[in-house]
Each structure stands twice: as structure tokens, then as C-alpha cells.
Design a binder for this molecule. Structure first.
Ligand SMILES: C[S@@+](CC[C@H](N)C(=O)[O-])C[C@H]1O[C@@H](n2cnc3c(N)ncnc32)[C@H](O)[C@@H]1O
Length: 275
């Protein structure tokens, strides 16, 4: 397909994730492997969004539906959207197995075609760093929320080196294989990932500060950045090799909770940002 002149960066990203769908849930940090981790996620979501009580949430780029199920556990009425059919079929199979009534849609999280002002909450994990046009996506998400609705982003800077990175690279050279974040991926997938990353908006990593600036530009207010994810990381670390856990714990990982104001009459996406 890559010889096709119409084959875009977005197609490449979709196909990359589709190729990872089969083994995606085998990784710690993707699927949840302990009740301790699940409870830590629940606490984090409750802290920022409160219980669902039937409120409508859209899980943007839901992948295999891990976050969709966390939201469902908490009483939200959940829709998940992802553009990879391979990911969605995993999500649907999981929902059928758990008998959860989550609606999964095939579509682009940057242009969802969902009704405006129809969601109370939007949630998204590990999508923002891979967005082609984050400001356009945030404007779309803003439009989907009801006034007063909230967006919860779980993401991180997975690009910048930490003090652990050179140590990992040295050990990888000795071991002759990848040990860190890309562990388990074969070389061709590592290359595809590297090539895609180099062309993304956040090619140097998505910091909470950069993401927050774009969210404000899109009209979101009351931005809260939360980096207190220790309980989740400690629960995950029990199921990871030491080096991978150490590197994750030193990365800039965060949650951003942003609110759509109840009155948006003064907002324009193109207003210059205060610097
Ligand atoms: C790292 S996975 C995260 C999956 C899930 N959110 C989770 O945390 O388990 C990234 C997912 O984003 C999806 N994705 C990336 N860009 C997308 C877009 N513009 N629209 C819909 N899905 C997208 C991919 O297909 C993939 O399933």
C-alpha cells in the first residue's frame, strides 16, 4: 500500500496500530494485569471526573477498549471510537465476553462525525502524542462536549531521554535486543514507529505544558495537570522488567483534565495566545 500516492501519514498510523492489535493487550501499560492497578485507575478517574451515573462518555482512540471498560465499571454510558478495525474487533470481543453494553465505532478521533454537544465527558489515553493535527482535534473535541463537560487526557512524553535511557541502550547493545519501551517489537516495527514519530506534531515528545497551551487555544478552561500517577506505575511495575519499570517511572507522564466553559460566546479558536 505504501506505493500508493494517496497513502497518507494517517493511513500509516492506522496500519501501524492495526499491525500491533494482535499483541497489544499482552503489554503491561496497555491491558490491566491486577486488581490493584484497576483500582488505581478507578481512583484517578473518579478524582477528575466523578462517578458516571449514566453520563455519556466518548473514549477517543479506544484501541482494545481498556479505558472504555474502566469508564463502564464506573457507571458511564460508553462509546469508544478507533480507526483500526483490528483494534476494534479486540475491543468488541472483550465487551461481549464481559457482557458490557459499550458501543464501539469505526472512525477518526480527529473528525468523529458524532453529534455536537452530545457528550458529558471525553477520555483519551495515549492518543495525543500521535495526533497529526492536535489543535484541530482539540477543537473537534471541544465541539462534542456539552457546556461544562470535561476532557480527560492520559498521555506522556515518550520521546525525551531520561537518565535511564543511556543505561538501557548500553544493556541493549550487550544483550543484542530491545529491553525498554519498544521491547517485544521487531526491528521493522521499531523502524515504522520511528519514521511515523519523526513526522508528527509532537515528534520531540508531548509535554503537558505544550498540550495544555493547545487546549487553551481550542477554548478549554480550568486545566488541571496531574502527574501523581505513582499508584498506577507501582502496580504496573510488578509485572514489568526492572529496566522498563525504571524508565517509565522517570518519564514525564501525566493526566490533563480540561473543562468546556458553560458559556463560550467570547471564544474564538484563532484568538492569539498570551505568551
Ligand atoms: C497507543 S494505542 C492506545 C489505545 C487505547 N487508548 C489505550 O490506551 O489502550 C493508540 C490507538 O489510537 C488509535 N488512533 C490513533 N490515531 C487515531 C485517530 N486519529 N482516530 C482514531 N483512532 C486513532 C490507534 O488505532 C490505536 O488503537
Amino acid at each position: 500500500m505504501t506505493g500508493d500516492v494517496n497513502y497518507s501519514l494517517r493511513d500509516e498510523i492506522r496500519d501501524y496500530w492495526s499491525a500491533r492489535a494482535e499483541t497489544f493487550d499482552l503489554s503491561v501499560g496497555h491491558e490491566i494485569f491486577s486488581e490493584c492497578e484497576r483500582r488505581a485507575w478507578h481512583r484517578l478517574i473518579l478524582k477528575h471526573l466523578g462517578p458516571g451515573e449514566g453520563r455519556r462518555v466518548l473514549d477517543l482512540a479506544c484501541g482494545t477498549g481498556v479505558v472504555s471498560h474502566l469508564m463502564h465499571d464506573l457507571g458511564y454510558s460508553v462509546t469508544g471510537i478507533d480507526w483500526s478495525e483490528a483494534m476494534l474487533s479486540k475491543a468488541r470481543a472483550k465487551a461481549a465476553q464481559r457482557e458490557s453494553d459499550i458501543r464501539f465505532l469505526l472512525g477518526n478521533a480527529e473528525r468523529t462525525l458524532e453529534e455536537k454537544e452530545s457528550y458529558d465527558v471525553l477520555v483519551t489515553r495515549h492518543l495525543v502524542w500521535t495526533l497529526v493535527d492536535p489543535l484541530a482535534a482539540f477543537a473537534e473535541w471541544f465541539s462534542l462536549l456539552k457546556p461544562g463537560g470535561r476532557l480527560l487526557i492520559v498521555d506522556g512524553d515518550f520521546v525525551s531521554e531520561t537518565w535511564v535511557t543511556p543505561l538501557r541502550q548500553l544493556l541493549e547493545r550487550i544483550a543484542g535486543r530491545t529491553l525498554g519501551p519498544a521491547g517485544g517489537l521487531d526491528q521493522s516495527m521499531v523502524e515504522r514507529h520511528r519514521s511515523i514519530l519523526s513526522r508528527l506534531h509532537f515528534s520531540r515528545g508531548a509535554t503537558a505544558q505544550q498540550v495544555s497551551a493547545l487546549l487553551s487555544q481550542a477554548g478549554f478552561e480550568q486545566l488541571v495537570v496531574d502527574t501523581r500517577l505513582g499508584a498506577i506505575h507501582r502496580a504496573q511495575a510488578r509485572h514489568m522488567n526492572f529496566l522498563k519499570a525504571l524508565e517509565r517511572s522517570t518519564q514525564h507522564r501525566y493526566v490533563i483534565c480540561a473543562t468546556k466553559p458553560t458559556s463560550c460566546s467570547n471564544h474564538s479558536l484563532h484568538q492569539p495566545m498570551a505568551r
